[in-house]
Design a protein around this ligand. Structure first.
Ligand SMILES: *Cc1c(COP(=O)(O)O)cnc(C)c1O
Length: 423
């Protein structure tokens, strides 16, 4: 009987993985807190929250027991024509913590679908009003997911090349990172015409695009310019939501409020697949009619899955406590100290931090792409030291679960220090 990695290789195709050259995957048998335990007894620190989803640590007993209870009560039910307590309760608990113009919750089952739904709501909003608008504005380097609509509003890259002919046209503005604000605002004047249906952004931090951070002030300005032309504002908080940036949502740093919001990843504390799109009363109202053609014809088999909604409730139980908020501040403070150290470290530049997210660039000789070998060198070096980080090209970042202890953070910082020492 062969080992798990060999059995995996015989039958499985992994995401974002070149199956010909990728090393065999690491079998994980158990998770606890910020640690992933491997089959051969290693304890790996999960410093990327397992692709940005985990908030409270792995196999959290509170989330596990609530899901288990729910599983014995109602595992799933069709969500058209029927409803259930976990879906209603989660919506009732989410809306009050979002920007206060958000009025309705639409469920799906991942971040990409949350974005698809927001786009469809935006396009059909204009359609239903009888004033169709087709233009969409997004940022270069944006990432909104891997389905077609989500890919279309994401920055064009080597990842999207094979699909480029199938992606609808989007007007891209450069991301207004520090130093580029004035240029972007100038370009925005021409871009925001009165036929813009929607302006979609990852507020304050672009995740997959390289942990690019930009200031609330410039986003507020862009939002007001877009709003002046009637465009709907979509905040994709799939990654930034639920405390990542130091506030519950990145949108809370803004004065302008989005019309639509996309949530997933941390929504269930990283335990189950769930997506949410929220919208304002005006958007919801544009779909109310005796005319059936104004209906939002969209849904997924697992829409509002009761187990996933219960996981969302359990995660909120944990998140919305003074202790958890203190953890977020503690991690942010530890990151800030390490950031200061990094700023005076050779071969490191562009050190940036927002809340529990710390990122910096490794200075390489010229070539900086996702496929840069420095990425593989760094990934392997850190993993050999039992620290899981997943550099985006030459961009290294830490995005730990909120339960990560200071000692664990120090272990991760130490591994990064050692890596930098070898460069
Ligand atoms: C991860 C991500 C998505 C896509 O979510 P999936 O659940 O992976 O489909 C969309 N937007 C942002 C900002 C993300 O980080």
């Amino acid at each position: 009987m062969s080992q798990l990695p060999q059995r995996d290789k015989a039958v499985i195709w992994h995401p974002f993985t070149q199956m010909q050259t990728a090393p065999l995957p690491v079998p994980i048998v158990r998770g606890e807190g910020s640690v992933l335990h491997t089959a051969d007894g290693r304890a790996i620190l999960d410093m990327i929250s397992s692709w940005w989803v985990n908030l409270h640590g792995h196999a959290h007993p509170h989330i596990a027991s609530r899901i288990s209870d729910q599983l014995h009560t109602l595992e799933h039910v069709i969500f058209a024509g029927f409803t259930h307590e976990p879906a209603v309760q989660l919506a009732e608990r989410l809306l009050p913590i979002l920007p206060d113009n958000q009025r309705r919750v639409f469920y799906s089952d991942n971040g990409s679908t949350a974005v698809e739904v927001a786009l469809k709501m935006a396009f059909q909003y204009w359609h239903n009003l009888g004033q169709p608008r087709r233009k969409v504005i997004a940022f270069e380097d944006a990432y909104h997911g891997d389905t077609f609509g989500a890919m279309a509003v994401g920055g064009r890259s080597t990842f999207t090349t094979p699909f480029a002919p199938f992606l609808f046209d989007v007007t891209f503005l450069p991301t207004p990172i520090p130093g580029r604000e004035a240029e972007v605002l100038e370009l925005a004047k021409a871009a925001f015409t009165d036929d813009v249906a929607a302006f979609i952004v990852e507020p304050l931090v672009q995740g997959s695009g390289g942990m690019n951070m930009y200031a609330p002030a410039v986003l507020d300005q862009l939002f007001s310019m877009a709003r002046a032309k009637g465009a709907l504002l979509i905040a994709d908080e799939v990654m930034t939501g639920f405390g990542r940036t130091g506030k519950l949502f990145a949108s809370h740093y803004l004065t302008e409020k989005p019309d639509l919001m996309c949530l997933s990843k941390g929504l269930t504390g990283g335990t189950m697949a769930l997506g949410v799109t929220t919208c304002t009363q005006a958007i919801y109202d544009a779909f109310l009619s005796t005319d059936r053609m104004k209906t939002l014809f969209h849904g997924h088999s697992f829409t509002a899955n009761p187990l996933a909604c219960t996981a969302g409730l359990a995660s909120l139980d944990l998140l919305l406590t003074p202790d958890r908020m203190a953890d977020i501040e503690r991690i942010a403070a530890q990151h800030a100290l390490f950031a200061d150290e990094l700023r005076s470290t050779p071969r490191v530049e562009n050190v940036r931090q927002l809340g529990t997210l710390l990122a910096f660039d490794l200075v390489t000789d010229g070539q900086t792409s996702y496929f840069n070998t420095i990425r593989d060198v760094a990934y392997n070096f850190l993993l050999e030291r039992d620290v899981l980080m997943r550099p985006l090209g030459n961009v290294l970042y830490l995005m730990p679960p909120y339960c990560t202890t200071n000692a664990q953070l120090d272990q991760a910082y130490g591994a990064v220090r050692a890596l930098l020492g070898t460069l």
